[in-house]
Structure formats: structure tokens, C-alpha cells
Design a binder for this molecule. Sequence first.
Ligand SMILES: CC(C)(COP(=O)(O)OP(=O)(O)OC[C@H]1O[C@@H](n2cnc3c(N)ncnc32)[C@H](O)[C@@H]1OP(=O)(O)O)[C@@H](O)C(=O)NCCC(=O)NCCS
Length: 165
Amino acid sequence: MSVHPDIRVLPADTALRPALLTLDVDEAQHAYVGRIADSLADADACEGSEPMAILCGAEAIGFYRVERSARSIAGMDFERATLGLRSFFIDARWQGRGLGALALDAAMRDLARRHPAALDVALTVNVRNTAAIALYRRYGFRETGGLYHGGRSGPQHLMVCALPR
Ligand SMILES: CC(C)(COP(=O)(O)OP(=O)(O)OC[C@H]1O[C@@H](n2cnc3c(N)ncnc32)[C@H](O)[C@@H]1OP(=O)(O)O)[C@@H](O)C(=O)NCCC(=O)NCCS
């Protein structure tokens, strides 16, 4: 792999779906993120939820969903126009190589470009998910204080970050 791998994000259209459906995380990480088949089906059924593919070159390596309103992930309203980020993961075979950080940066830039009215991005992350919390903090996300209790495996931090301009 090159020092600067070509990381891109694209809407998870039908052409990308077969490759995306092969992606998975380690079994223990399913406490933090659901199965991609379920997430794709849920996104298709939910108005305002956009499934996104993370590509390294031509290869699908990860996935996330964008919620047009962060209310659907945090169960609360935000003072500023805020998008929601959920189900972010890098396939287990591709983790630990710096690609998650590059993908998060690409995702935030893509959101800023395609949602010019949005100011912030919010996400929830399990309090035990130290890898993801470190990744988000490194990028610039900050805990808002308080815990969100709607998670699949216990309490979650609500984290927010301004979109790049
Ligand atoms: C969280 C996740 C996306 C990170 O992807 P990745 O490609 O492995 O991350 P990177 O290699 O780019 O690492 C970026 C930063 O994340 C943090 N990080 C990644 N793996 C870590 C680990 N095992 N322990 C602690 N911090 C870790 C570090 O801050 C790291 O930066 P550093 O290497 O300079 O210290 C990946 O582990 C994953 O998909 N986990 C399962 C799904 C999940 O938990 N998603 C979050 C849902 S909210």
C-alpha cells in the first residue's frame, strides 16, 4: 500500500452493494456496530438516511450512514444544523493502518460539500469503544457531556464536531 492511499467515499449504490456485503468487523466489535446487511436494509427503509461506501482505490473497505437530522441518532434536537453519522466501520482486514482516520476526514469533507447548510456532525459511541473514541477525538469530535442510553451495548457518549469549511 502506498504512503498516501487513495481513500474515497461514495453513496452505496446498487453497483457497490455486493462488495459492501462482504465487509465485516471482528465479532467483539459487533457490540459497537451492527451487520452491514441490516444497516443497508434499515437505511433503505428510513427517509433521510444515506448509506455510504468507503473505498481504497477501487476496493470497498468500509461503510457508514449519514442521517439528514442528528435527532434520529441522539433522540434530541440540536441548536445548530447537525447531521448524524452512524455505523462507521473499517473492515477488520483493513483496520490499524491509518485508513479509518483518512476515511473520517474524507467523510467530513464530503458532508461539508454536499450539505452546505449543515454546520455540525453528531455521533454516539459506546463508552467502552476506546479505539473509536480515540479516532473521533483525534479528528476533532468532542464529548458533549452526559450519556446517551439508547445504544445496543450500554451507555454511549454523544460527540459533536464542526464540519470543515
Ligand atoms: C474504529 C475504527 C473505525 C478505526 O479504524 P482503523 O482504520 O483501525 O483506524 P486507524 O488505523 O485509522 O487509527 C486511527 C486512530 O484511531 C485510534 N485507534 C485505532 N485503533 C485503535 C485501537 N485498537 N486502540 C486504540 N486506539 C485506536 C487511534 O487514535 C488511531 O490513531 P493513532 O494510530 O495515530 O493512535 C475501527 O476499529 C472499526 O471499524 N471498529 C469497529 C466498528 C466501530 O467500533 N465503529 C465505531 C462505531 S461508533
